[in-house]
Ligand binder design. Sequence first.
Ligand SMILES: [Zn+2]
Ligand SMILES: [Zn+2]
Length: 384
Amino acid sequence: MNSNYYEILGVANTASPEEIKKAYRQLCRELHPDVAGSNPDAEDRIKDVNRAYQVLSDPGKRQQYDLGSDPLGPSGGGFDGGFGFSGGAGGFADLFDTLFTAAAGGGSVRGPASRRARGRDVLEALTLDLPEVVFGTSRDLNVPTYVRCEACDGSCCAPGTSPRTCGTCNGRGMVSRVVRSLLGDMRTASPCPACQGFGTVIDQPCAECAGNGRIRARQTVSLNVPAGVGSGTRLRVGGRGEAGTGGGPSGDLYVDISVRPHPDFVRDGDDLHCTLQIPMTAAALGATLSVATLDGERELSIAPGTQWGHVVSLDGLGVGRGGGPRGDLKVSIDAQVPDPSDDAERDLLRQLAQLRGEERPEARLAHTGAGGVFSRLRDRLSGR
Ligand SMILES: [Zn+2]
Ligand SMILES: [Zn+2]
């Protein structure tokens, strides 16, 4: 066994801490079991390399070593105790993992795969009526999904049993083999076929879930729909998707909202629109009318001489998003032209026409271009 720590790491006596660290990492990579294979020589070298690095990476111990004494004591004695090397299941793999984790920051260790896996997200569709969107609502959804197996609490094992360490891979989850190639013999690692890479074997799977740790079931989820959502809104309920396998965390539940068209009201952003049919006489003389809004009956004042298409706003009766201030209800007036049903009505209308000098009516084109009431209304209501 080489006891010159500088030679073991392949650095000069004057090497900087960075050079020592770099050499150590390089050796760790070279001595990785996937590269070097699990042989006693490599294992011994790893012990030496680790011992050398323990001393040379610590300024105090390095100084002591440079002065001629080994801070770790006689070679071979201090390592196991000092490093907490257990020698239990996995043995060499554990040692290597410790080494490599220390060198690489923990990201590159290939250990056994976990049976615990996060469940998938679930996507549901929900159709709402307009009032539910305006005021917000809550719904109980009955979602087909996976739930954690109660019999084994997700452990996958029959009650009273537990997984045993896989004898084929000693719990590593990986087995290595030699492949002949043009470049020579290459050692490759692949998931252990005996345990599917889990490192453990379940001899008695839970009968309820067939060893999956979860079962198919319908789950009732209370969904809180905030005011102001619309068609295309996707709501998320964290942790209410499919339960994970092996006791893993659940995915999320997503709910895509669509809104049924309402017979009377059309939504435009935060505003609602409706059309109110009133008699021509009310439009001409003015009136106070009752309108059935989503908030109940509301009074609406029509000024004398109100024209067709005129819009009256009922403020605050629209949609409020996320508890914010509500938009308005825009009521456009549709004055109904009378269809005289008898001579008396016809005579009255003729008298009115006479009074207004409209017996020979003149027609003129109304301005319907951009900005006019009619065009604004048309733009708002088309295609929404
Ligand atoms: Zn079970
Ligand atoms: Zn195995």
